[in-house]
Design a protein around this ligand. Structure first.
Ligand SMILES: [Zn+2]
Length: 300
């Protein structure tokens, strides 16, 4: 059975037709958020219509950053899409006449990682997306853990400093204010007197710039403290990182592993894998495409 998975970000829309968790066709296109909410919804509709025409798709799953009510397909707010406050996307997409599910993008990422790994030994997987913000998903006993109101996994808003830096959520001291791409860029301004893009910072680190390596180290040590807490609480098989920042591989993994080891209960650290996703954007697409699958044991 073919399904369509769509990942809507602030810059790009990535989508793919998926069969048996294999992407058979995929495209990346600009979200053009500045053109407004209705324009973007129209774009999503035309993507779906096009895929319907060319492939016999049976359902659609959409991942979107922010607070999403999975049951209703309702987007409360999305940090990447400022106009999207209280949008019932599921209703807006009734026009396509196929089952549509909408979920938080980090949940799609975690679910996709779980499916693509095909490792029967993995039951509990924590997916963390590191980009402009930080998202999290908890796949526990092979299922997305949603919590009482459907918002579980907001790892980016776990506090790492009392009265610390201001976070986009309105509170102070959240992890996202220290370890996200935007937080690292802000920190670069303090050190270099100008805001340097994360990609440039990465290139500087590769050339051995000690100041940049120190910025990364400090950011990812904080992330390690939160991961250690998650490991102590949930005893997962694996924590896997995705999103743009995870491309930094060792600049991320070395400080984070060290920090987790220092802060985690020893026995739990011995058993957990800490990895960067091998699948790039595929995980989010495969996870989204699976949301509505006939074989979906996560929701049925
Ligand atoms: Zn916050």
């Amino acid at each position: 059975m073919k399904t369509l998975g769509i990942d809507i970000g602030g810059t790009n829309i990535k989508y793919g037709v998926v069969e048996n968790n294999i992407i058979i066709y995929n495209i990346l296109t600009k979200s053009e958020v500045a053109k407004g909410k209705q324009f973007l919804i129209g774009k999503i509709v035309s993507i779906i219509e096009n895929c319907k025409k060319n492939y016999n798709i049976k359902s659609i799953g959409i991942g979107i950053a922010g607070l999403v009510d999975y049951q209703r397909g309702f987007v409360f707010e999305s940090p990447n899409l400022p106009e999207w406050k209280g949008v019932n996307l599921k209703n807006e997409l009734k026009i396509v006449n196929l089952p549509v599910s909408i979920d938080n993008d980090a949940n799609c990422f975690g679910l996709g990682e779980y499916l693509l790994r095909k490792d029967k030994k993995i039951k509990n997987l924590i997916g963390i997306t590191l980009g402009t913000g930080i998202g999290g998903s908890l796949i526990l006993d092979g299922k997305i853990y949603r919590g009482s109101n459907g918002f579980a996994g907001e790892i980016g808003h776990i506090k790492v400093e009392p009265d610390g830096r201001k976070c986009n959520c309105g509170q102070n001291g959240c992890l996202e204010a220290y370890s996200s791409g935007s937080a690292i860029e802000k920190k670069s301004k303090e050190i270099f007197n100008e805001k340097i893009e994360i990609r440039t910072l990465y290139k500087m680190a590769l050339k051995g710039n000690r100041k940049v390596i120190e910025i990364f180290k400090e950011a990812f040590e904080k992330l390690g403290i939160v991961c250690a807490g998650i490991i102590d609480l949930l005893n997962p098989d694996i924590i896997v990182f995705g999103g743009g920042i995870s491309n930094m591989k060792d600049f991320l993994l070395i400080p984070i592993r060290k920090s987790i080891q220092m802060n985690c209960y020893n026995k739990l650290f011995e058993n957990v894998k800490i990895e960067v996703s091998k699948f790039g954007i595929d995980s989010a697409i495969v996870g989204a495409a699976y949301l509505n699958s006939k074989y979906n044991r996560f929701y049925n």
